[in-house]
Design a protein around this ligand. Structure first.
Ligand SMILES: NC(=O)c1ccc[n+]([C@@H]2O[C@H](COP(=O)([O-])OP(=O)(O)OC[C@H]3O[C@@H](n4cnc5c(N)ncnc54)[C@H](OP(=O)(O)O)[C@@H]3O)[C@@H](O)[C@H]2O)c1
Length: 253
């Protein structure tokens, strides 16, 4: 059976994609930096569901990571039916005070490696005739985000790129979807220094609910997770840009 490759499968939403797809009998390739976690997860899912779960470790902040991953897939001869570009991280703070290297790494992981991997793996997905790509963006994609300027900008890129690709690939058999979760339970908030923000205090969704909706609606160009987030995005569209960006800044001040 063809595999679905998931980046950022060692925690949070990516791990939940892995658990959900494995329960449906889907073979998987799990990608992240923490090899111990991925190996443990692959063994568990193989045992529980009888699927073939493979592990490839990669640091997607490295410019050569996507090319190396694509070469490894070819070397192993694993066919692909799906690509879930989920790996990503954020960081809270003022643009000028935050470490430049970390912000550039964010662009590399959230944007450049996502594009690189998509371009390299798309021919394989086309070959299968029935492939899918889910790019994990965020509700952050819909407005600018003071105090998280680069993170919001990377997610705006992912949304725009995915929507365009959705149209370019219409009729090809490969469906492309941008998944836009709002605040979600995972390691994200603690790693982004956001646990004490109004955004995360105002309620979170479970990764299970986010993933269930993403998979059920993956034929759509944009999947916004949950009615509350859909309402926020809709209200944002009716509001002037100065207001939505100030509100975003306030939510994560
Ligand atoms: N949680 C939220 O509130 C929320 C909301 C909207 C969108 N999102 C998006 O959802 C996606 C998943 O995040 P999450 O919430 O599940 O966060 P998480 O629990 O922190 O998981 C992030 C995953 O990305 C991987 N990753 C991070 N940097 C990497 C790198 N340099 N190379 C390879 N893998 C890397 C991590 O693995 P290793 O550390 O093992 O490498 C981990 O598996 C991200 O794109 C995030 O922006 C999250």
């Amino acid at each position: 059976m063809a595999h679905v490759i998931i980046t950022g499968a060692s925690a949070g939403i990516g791990e939940t994609f892995a658990r959900t797809l494995a329960a449906q009998g889907q073979d998987l390739i799990l990608v992240a930096r923490r090899k111990d976690r991925l190996t443990e997860l692959a063994e568990e899912l193989g045992r529980q569901h009888g699927i073939d779960a493979r592990v490839l470790t990669a640091d997607l902040a490295r410019p050569d990571a996507a090319a190396t991953l694509a070469d490894e897939l070819t070397a192993h001869g694993w066919a692909l039916s799906g690509l879930i570009n989920n790996a990503g991280f954020g960081d809270r703070g003022s643009f000028e005070k935050m470490d430049l290297e970390r912000q550039l790494a964010m662009i590399q992981v959230n944007v450049t490696s996502l594009v690189d991997l998509t371009w390299r793996l798309l021919p394989q997905l086309r070959q299968q005739g029935e492939g899918f790509i889910i790019n994990v963006a965020s509700t952050a994609a819909f407005q600018a985000g003071p105090n998280m300027a680069i993170y919001y900008a990377t997610k705006a890129f992912v949304l725009s790129f995915s929507e365009a690709l959705h149209e370019e690939l219409r009729g090809s058999g490969v469906r492309v979807s941008a998944l836009c979760p709002g605040a979600t339970e995972s390691e994200f908030a603690s790693r982004a220094n956001m646990t004490d923000t109004r955004l995360f205090h105002s309620g979170t969704m479970s990764a299970e609910a986010v993933v269930a909706e993403a998979l059920a609606r993956r034929q759509r160009a944009i999947v916004i997770s949950g009615w509350r987030n859909r309402l926020m995005v809709w209200a944002g569209k009716l509001s002037p840009r100065w207001l939505t960006r100030r509100l975003a800044g306030w939510l994560q001040a």
